[in-house]
Design a protein around this ligand. Structure first.
Ligand code: KIV
Length: 286
């Protein structure tokens, strides 16, 4: 494995999967969060289009724009000294054509400093995956609950819970691997179905809500920190209640200012005595 501070690469991730070392994966959308995740030793960071919901307050991921995604990916990449950074291709940045997909994937690498891109969809997106990989850009596949297709798949709910759709997911994973995906993310599919995919795969299979058999686990940082309040998926484990800490800090600041406890002398700049006296002379009796 790469040493602390040395960038992880795709061969490192493959080696981790092969020797059974679980890959750790979190989203980040900004420099300070990515800095802390990297310092904590996270292996991979996804700059997800979930930023549209977690940061911008949209109800879905669909309004995420390329310029916005590239800008926040660049901030995360500046912070990630060791973690492998994946830029998430937003809605309609890759669906229309291979050429558009290659151009936009290229922006994530050249302008965003990402190590790879992720796009949603199985067999129907294999042609795009192949085109981007042939252009020299690593692609992570994403199947199961694919939020950009939420109205087609019946909302933000688990997928592959009947034999036919489960069989299709197994096929999708195979087709994406054949198209050149370096890893595949499974979102919200039954653990036993994910296990079948892992058994058949030669690339790392990552899970968000798809069970413990996968080579690695992803969660959304705002979910684990208790910063996203609209809803909490079943698969989320909350590791901290950061919103309570923030709320208390904001309340303390407001009452300190209202009651005159802030700023104190220690937060205030002072003019040296002689300069103060000179100033008095300069302004006279005004
Ligand atoms: O945008 C995102 O964070 C994602 C995850 C939900 C997989 O795509």
């Amino acid at each position: 494995m790469a040493e602390k501070g040395i960038k992880l690469t795709i061969p490192d991730l493959l080696a981790m999967a092969e020797r059974g070392e679980r890959i750790t994966f979190l989203t980040a959308y900004d420099y300070p969060t990515a800095l802390l995740e990297d310092r904590a030793g996270i292996d991979m960071i996804l700059v997800g289009d979930s930023a549209a919901m977690c940061l911008l307050g949209h109800a879905t991921t669909l309004p995420a724009k390329m310029d916005f995604m590239v800008e926040i990916t660049a901030a995360v990449s500046r912070a990630a000294k060791r973690a492998f950074v994946v830029g998430d291709m937003p809605y309609m940045s890759y669906q229309p054509s291979n050429e558009l997909a290659i151009r936009n994937a290229g922006r994530f690498i050249a302008e965003g400093g990402a190590d790879a891109v992720k796009l949603e969809g199985g067999a129907r997106m294999a042609e795009r995956v192949e085109a981007i990989v042939k252009a020299g850009i690593p692609v992570m596949g994403h199947i199961g609950l694919t939020p950009q297709a939420q109205s087609q798949i019946g909302g933000l709910k688990a997928q592959g819970r009947d034999a036919e759709t489960a069989r299709r997911l197994i096929e999708d994973a195979k087709v994406l691997e054949e198209a050149g995906a370096f890893a595949i993310l499974l979102e919200a599919i039954p653990a036993r179905v994910a296990e079948l995919i892992v058994q058949r795969a030669k690339v790392p299979i990552l899970s968000i809500g798809s069970g413990a058999a996968c080579h690695g686990q992803l969660l959304i940082v705002h979910d684990i920190l208790g910063l996203f309040e609209a809803f909490t998926p079943k698969f989320v484990k909350k590791y901290a209640d950061v919103s309570s800490v923030m709320l208390q800090a904001f309340r303390d600041y407001i009452s300190d200012v209202k009651e005159g406890r802030f700023p104190g002398p220690e937060h205030t700049y002072h003019i040296p005595k002689e300069e103060w006296e000179r100033l008095q002379e300069l302004i006279g009796d005004e």
